[in-house]
Design a protein around this ligand. Sequence first.
Ligand SMILES: Cc1ncc(COP(=O)(O)O)c(C=O)c1O
Length: 440
Amino acid sequence: MQANPLRVPSAEAEADRASNGAAEQKPLAAAELDGERLLHTHATFSAPVQAVLQRLEQEFGRILDGARAETPPAEPIYVTRPFLPPLDEFTPLLERIWRTRVLTNGGPYHRELEHRLRDHLGVPEIALFNNATTALIVALRALNLSGEVITTPYSFVATSHALLWSGLTPVFADVDPRTLNLDPAAIEAAITPRTSAILPVHCYGHPCDVEAIDAIGRRHGLKVIYDAAHAFGVRRQGRSVLTYGDLSVLSFHATKVFNTFEGGAVVCADAARKDQIDKLKNFGHDGETCVVDVGMNGKMSELNAALGLVQLKYVDSALDCRRAIDAAYRAGLRGVRGVRCLDDASEDTANYAYFPILIDPEYPISRDALNEGLKREGIHPRRYFYPLISEFPMYRSLPSARRELLPVAARAADRVLCLPIYPDLDPAVVARVISRIANP
Ligand SMILES: Cc1ncc(COP(=O)(O)O)c(C=O)c1O
């Protein structure tokens, strides 16, 4: 079993975080890697995170000494591993659920989590859901859309599926080569008289060009719904990316930076919109005897909401660990010919949800051969997002799905590999992954 570096008593964790405030930054001993600092000395990390970092540094030392990570990991390593808080912190909340028998329908944990997430994320209103796919479908319904919606082919299939479930036609546009998010120029070129909205994705948690996309929406009278499934906690110039567009949709699925086992949310600008969305996620009910719309059951249960409350205490430390692993991969892979790390986009607070690399033709073996080689060693990266959504059977006959119209997305899908990243990922595994990629 791997030790959980975040497993600290909560009071201690709070005190630790407080003592790591901006005024008392503790410099971290930095390792040298090819003359570069592995971790910037100005970085500030909490004590448990520093322990992880120190182990990362030791592992880097071994690689620099020529060690070729000898032993494969004892257990398979997947691209992610859900973060869970200490069970003993969750048990009292479960006991209360058992005592009160309030299991769902906007109970006290649901209300409290909405309140706490609103503050944590810095958003005006949030409505919790049972998952992001339902939340996307409800968000589209709330905006009363019809016809075509411009979206990205470079995403998880749920993005486009939500459009088909809503009777809307996806129109795929190409992505920007730097961020792999929808290219505003390609969006503008895809607008027709039937277009009613734009559905971009903050892919890997990196923000879209939100100013440009929101401006296109305003200019052409189109709604903008951001699929922000990956973008928990991401900010630009201090502002949450979830506050752009008309609506943003988050996922709290097990694989996400913040998870409630399954879960999701719609972020909106005002109480009237939240009220509409709350009705839509509850069958369209408005009171006991009145139904005002064709709603569905999208409600988050008390169990998931209670877990979310405990998870929220740990999410900042978890992000610190992710940040350290991201920094370690970047430093370790720098200079490996044919391997490109995706740069941060415009965020000043990133969430390090994924670590995608692009395998260029000058790399000695193909992306798929590298993937298979790592898998043989018990390390399972994922080719997110391959194939493109536009290549699945229910989309491929759309005029906008033609591969030659989506060259940037197609090239990325053929080259991408997402490496394992999660808060308690063993630093020895990070070192091993780097070593294997550097010496295929
Ligand atoms: C971009 C994107 N949109 C939507 C979803 C759907 O989220 P959920 O599993 O919560 O329904 C996912 C899930 O991974 C996703 O990655």
